[in-house]
Ligand binder design. Structure first.
Ligand code: OGA
Ligand code: NI
Length: 329
């Protein structure tokens, strides 16, 4: 289905409708230049995975706690990515959240485009980022919404179907915000800063508080996955991203030592990555790492990303404690 909306440079085409039309080739608008295409290696299982952090250890004795802090510090320096297990969010809620979004993307297109977005705020149902005319596009659709501050949260902009979506997203989002605050504390402490440092410099103690947005990503099956990407390489611009990934279908890849490492999600885990603001505050001791998404011809994939960001008008700078003073030559 193709439709026009003001503000976009050209008509919008949902990737899902291309996939469901039975296309056997990828339209040229989605074909990446050859140097950007993924290498799809099925035969050689990879050795590396992103680090796994067991949050239960933080409740343990001092020794276990220090060991975990050290693991977090290594993960943030070397990868900027890790998975967390025993994080306290119920697996049942995680599964329900994935399912309501899966059900949403399976609704008829007429229902979804009621929420069609524009590049003014990107809120709603969309298929592209950026307004460059003729740009090469990614193989995915998404739904973007605001969760915090409360002044930007508007349930009427969230899908009203499936019927349980709003309450489920509300519940899961609330849990994930608590988890983000835990992660922000761990990040602060492991850098040698006081526990509340990141939350404070993000504006978390002001009246408005931090910003939290959510993006549900839907990557349809793709007839020629070797030619395109679900999401082009990028680092996340904000603070911390908590990703609820598809447990059955892989796709996320993280850049490490010049190669792309495919993330293998553990059952009931969240994938956490640091964004550009943490890299900035930490004097690049901690990394906001590049990542991308591969698609495949067999199965669609869904992921739900929560972005924990500084308040919109917050000026973010290097922590004086972590800054070095250079003497100019
Ligand atoms: C993102 C992102 C990864 C994924 O939404 O910023 O990197 O697996 N998503 O969908
Ligand atoms: Ni990302």
């Amino acid at each position: 289905m193709e439709y026009c909306m003001e503000d976009w440079p050209e008509p919008i085409i949902n990737v899902q409708s291309i996939a469901e039309s039975g296309a056997t080739i990828v339209p040229y608008r989605y074909i990446k230049p050859s140097s950007h295409r993924p290498e799809i290696l099925k035969s050689t299982p990879q050795q590396q995975n992103i680090p796994v952090i067991n949050l239960a250890a933080l409740e343990g004795d001092e020794h276990a706690c220090n060991a975990t802090m050290h693991e977090i510090s290594v993960a943030c320096k070397e990868w900027g990515f890790f998975q967390i297990v025993n994080h306290g969010v119920r697996p049942e809620l995680m599964e329900r959240t994935r399912q309501v979004w899966r059900d949403f993307f399976h609704l008829p297109m007429e229902e979804k485009i009621k929420y069609a977005n524009t590049p003014k705020t990107y809120e709603g149902y969309g298929s592209r980022l950026g307004i460059e005319k003729g740009a090469i596009l990614d193989w995915g659709d998404y739904f973007f919404l605001n969760f915090l501050p409360l002044s930007l949260k508007n349930h009427n902009k969230w899908p009203c179907l499936p019927e349980t979506l709003r309450e489920t997203v509300e519940e899961c989002g609330g849990e994930v915000v608590k988890l983000c605050e835990k992660v922000m504390k761990m990040v602060s402490k492991s850098l040698g800063l006081e526990e509340e440092y990141m939350k404070r410099v993000f504006g978390g103690y002001s009246d408005e508080g931090v910003g939290v947005t959510m993006r549900a990503n839907y990557y349809p099956r793709c007839p020629q996955p070797e030619l395109t990407l679900g999401l082009s390489p990028h680092s996340d611009p904000g603070g911390v991203t908590v990703l609820l990934a598809d447990e059955r279908v892989q796709g996320l890849q993280v850049h490490k030592d010049g190669a792309w490492v495919t993330v293998q999600p553990l059952p009931h885990a969240f994938i956490v990555n640091l964004g550009d603001q943490i890299q900035m505050v930490s004097n690049a001791i901690y990394k906001s790492n590049e990542h991308r998404v591969m698609v495949n011809s067999e199965e669609e994939r869904i992921s739900i990303a929560f972005f924990y960001n500084p308040r919109g008008d917050m000026l973010i700078g290097l922590s004086p404690q972590l800054g070095r003073h250079f003497v100019s030559p």
